[in-house]
Design a protein around this ligand. Structure first.
Ligand SMILES: Nc1ncnc2c1ncn2[C@@H]1O[C@H](COP(=O)(O)OS(=O)(=O)O)[C@@H](OP(=O)(O)O)[C@H]1O
Length: 363
């Protein structure tokens, strides 16, 4: 009580004395507050980088409510959660931010753009080139959400996305989406505004590339010829054999056009992506509504690799070509077989050109 009265009857303190008393306390409180926030930030995985290769993260990672998360961007769902699978991981997946403070407002959002195909079309090259753009945040691995992991739900899908700032475009690539029957409807259910990109390549070369990958994993697979034909004598093509079936682009695209307008689907020439990467990238950036930032100054042609490579990939100062599995020597297929397959695809290609209003010049 004495103390109470004592304080109570003290003369009014001057502004200067209040400042002197309060200042050290305010400094201490602020420091403690900042320390607490920093700890929260660290615990929430907020130190930027999603782990390279993206293993399975514990549930709730990145789920801190204080991270701004306002975006479903015309998409259906909200909050962020769990992280998961790692397939076809690329180096620098969701690489470190150049400015750590960016993550203070970065959140995981559903993608606004998808590279949906085609397998062996050049999808990895396109994704890696697009990652140079500061307004793009792209998942390095293939999440296979709409084809394999759909039952895991949108929150799972959202959880595997890299953190992105508002205004940054989130994207992923899974080439199998293009040929999976249920996928267009599922993508549409997530967002009818999502932008779709398909990298197409001469279906015969694509088939040989696909087969080359198959035998690299299973060397005892029969020769290309014996799988490509139902009857080798009559030359009847087995269009159900996956490497050939994937090349029936018109058939697959038709399913997408039942759900999305043509203007929402952008086609990239796999051949032009090699001969003129900057030109193709320019058109993709236009399609995505982004400034043309990735230009010819980012590429150089690597004679040893035989492909365009990056002068300066994301998060690194050294030139970078795609890995050994991209641009490998193809299995040898007899010219007569190639000719027969070209004949087989010709009407399908023409139909595809008519559908998209673009001639890709495949023989
Ligand atoms: N810049 C650059 N560097 C290396 N490779 C390039 C590049 N641009 C396009 N390509 C072509 O990409 C083909 C592989 O396609 P994808 O990345 O779509 O394959 S995958 O479906 O993800 O396995 C790959 O196919 P193959 O040549 O048959 O290996 C390449 O031809």
């Amino acid at each position: 009580m004495a103390a109470f009265y004592h304080q109570h009857h003290q003369p009014q303190p001057s502004a200067e004395s209040v400042r002197r008393v309060l200042h050290p306390r305010l400094v201490t409180m602020c420091s403690a507050g900042l320390l607490g926030l920093s700890l929260l930030y660290l615990l929430s995985g907020g130190c930027g980088a999603d782990p390279p290769g993206r293993g399975v993260d514990p549930p709730g990672r990145g789920g801190s409510a204080w991270l701004r998360d306002d975006g479903n961007n015309g998409t259906a769902h909200g909050t962020e959660t769990i992280v998961a699978p790692a397939t076809d991981a690329a180096p620098g997946d969701a690489g470190p931010e150049s400015n750590a403070t960016r993550d203070w407002v970065a959140a995981r959002r559903l993608p606004q753009a998808l590279i949906i195909g085609v397998k062996k079309g050049g999808t990895r090259a396109l994704l890696e080139f697009l990652r140079l753009h500061p307004d793009i945040r792209a998942l390095g691995s293939e999440p296979h959400y709409f084809d394999r992991h759909y039952a895991r739900g949108l929150e799972w899908y959202r959880g595997v996305m890299p953190r992105a700032l508002e205004g940054q475009l989130v994207m992923e690539k899974t080439p199998r989406y293009f040929v999976t029957a249920e996928t267009p409807q599922r993508v549409h259910a997530m967002s009818r505004h999502v932008k779709l990109i398909v990298v197409v390549r001469d279906p015969v070369t694509r088939a040989v590339s696909d087969y080359t990958q198959i035998i690299s994993k299973s060397p005892h697979v029969p020769p290309f010829e014996s799988l490509a034909f139902k009857n080798r004598t009559t030359g009847e093509v087995d269009s159900q054999w996956s490497p050939l079936w994937i090349g029936l682009y018109a058939q697959h695209l038709e399913r997408w056009l039942a759900w999305f307008p043509r203007g929402q689907i952008h086609l990239v020439s796999g051949e032009a992506l090699i001969s003129d990467p900057a030109g193709e990238l320019g058109r993709v950036q236009d399609f995505l509504g982004l400034q043309r930032i990735v230009t010819d100054k980012h590429f150089y042609f690597n004679r040893t690799k035989g492909f365009p490579c990056l002068k300066k990939p994301e998060g690194s100062g050294t030139p970078h070509c795609l890995g050994k599995t991209k641009g490998r020597t193809h299995a040898v297929v007899r010219p007569a077989v190639v000719r027969r397959l070209r004949d087989f695809y010709r009407p399908h290609n023409r139909r595809f050109y008519r559908m998209v209003g673009q001639d890709f010049g495949w023989q």
